[in-house]
Design a protein around this ligand. Sequence first.
Ligand code: JFZ
Length: 466
Amino acid sequence: MNMTWIAGLLVVVLLAAGAAPRAAADGKKGPDHDKRIAWWREARFGMFIHWGLYAVLGGEWEGEDYGKEMGGASAEWIMLRAPVPREKYAALAKQFNPVRFDAGQWVSVAKAAGMKYLVITAKHHDGFCLFDTNATDYNIVDATPFQRDPIRELAEECRKQGIRFGLYYSHAKDWYHRGRSEAKRPTDSYVKMVQAHMREILTNYGDIAVLWFDMGDRFTSINTSYGRIVRKLQPNTLVSGRLRGSEGVSDYKNMPDRTIPPGNVDADTETPMTMRLNWGYDRDDDNWKSVKEILELLSLCVCRGGNMLLNVGPTPEGTLMPEEIERLTAVGKWMDVNGEAIYGTTRGPFGYDFEWGAVSSKPGKLYLHVLKWNAKGIKLHGLKSTVARAHLLADPKRKLTVDQDVEAGTITILAGTEAPDANISVIVIETEGEVTIDRSATGKYHWDKSHHRKPAKARAKRSRRR
Ligand code: JFZ
C-alpha cells in the first residue's frame, strides 16, 4: 500500500463518517470568509419576509385563485401565472397603501421569536421595488400612495433592536423591467439598473448582513458582476447561494425551498421555509404548520448543520397575520428555554437520527432534541465518551438517570414519564473531555421531515371562486 493510497482512503473514511468540520462550500472562499460568516454560523435562525404588490391580490386575479394551495405557483408568482398584463399589474401600485405597517413591531416579533437576522424582498420577480430608488420609478415611494420606504424603516429598526438586516433581490427574473423570459441575454440597460440597485442598497441602508439573490439565469459573468459590487461596497455582506456563476462570490449554499437538509451537511447551508404553503400573502391558504411542526423542522435543520430562514407574508395593509404572530410567539417561548441547543451549535456528531429525534453539539456537549418522548428511556448509541452530567433545559432540577452500557455502546437516559415540553424537550449531555464517537456505529432511523407538507389539493383544478 503506498502512502497516497492510504491518505486517499483516510479522506474517504473521514468524509463518510462525517468527521470533517463545518467548512466553506467550495474551497474557493477568500481568507475573510470565516470571519465574515461567523455571526451567521452562530445565529442559525432568521426571518424571511415576502412582501410586494402581489400582497394586494392575495393569490387571486379576476375571481380565480392561483395560490399554491390550489396547486398553482406561490402567490407572489401571480403576475406570471394568471397572467396579469404588465400595465394592469403595475396599476396595483395605486392600491398599495399599507398604512398599518410598523417596522418596530415586525422587528420585535422577529426578535421575540429568537430570530437573529431578517431578510426582506427588496425586489421580487415582479420587478416592483420595495425601496426608494433613482434607477426606476417602479418603486414604493414614487408609485404608491404610501410614499414611505419600508426598507429604510426596517433597516433602522433592526439596528435599533439589534438584529441583522438583509435583503432579497431577484436579479435574473424581473417580469416588469426585463420581460417574462430569462433565456435572452438581459439588455445593457437592465444590467445597469441592477448594478445601480446594488449600489443604492449597499450605500443607503447601513450594514446589509445578507444579499439574498434568487434564481440565476445562465449569464454567469453578469451575475458575478453583481456579486463583485457587493464585495467591493460591503466586504462583510454575505452573498446567498443562488447567484448562479458566483462560485467564488457566494458565502453559503441554499437548500431548495422549504427543504431541510436530508442528512448532515458540512458546508454552510440555509433552508428557506414557509409557515404555510405560499411565500407571499395569500388570502385563503390555511395550510398552517403547527408550532410543533415548525420547531421540529428547525431542530432537525440545525441538528443536521443548517440555518433556517422562516417566512412571513405580510398583508397589503402592512400587518403580520395573527396566525404568524401566534406561531412566532410560541417559537420564541421555546427558544427562551432551549435556545442554548440552537445558537452557536454545530450539527450532531452522529451521521444519523434517533427514534426520538436528533442531536446538535458544542464542544464537550450534546443537545438531544427529543421530538418523541419515551418514558422508558431515551436511547443513544455510538457515543464513546463517558457522560459526566445530564439535564433537561425545560426542567433543570429534574433528576435524570443515565445508564451507560460500555460493552453494548449504548446510553439510556431515564427522564421521567412526562415530557417537560409539549413540543420538543432538550436533554443536555456533558461528556468527560471532548465528545468522541464510535465511527463504526450506524443508525437506521431517519426522521422524514425534510420537506414541508404538500398542498392538500395539489392537483386540484383552479376553481372559480364565488
Ligand atoms: C424562489 C422564488 O421563485 C419564490 O417566489 C420564493 O421567493 C422562493 C424563496 O425562491 O423559488 C425557488 C427558488 C429555487 C428553488 C425553488 C423555488 N429551488 O432551488 O428548488
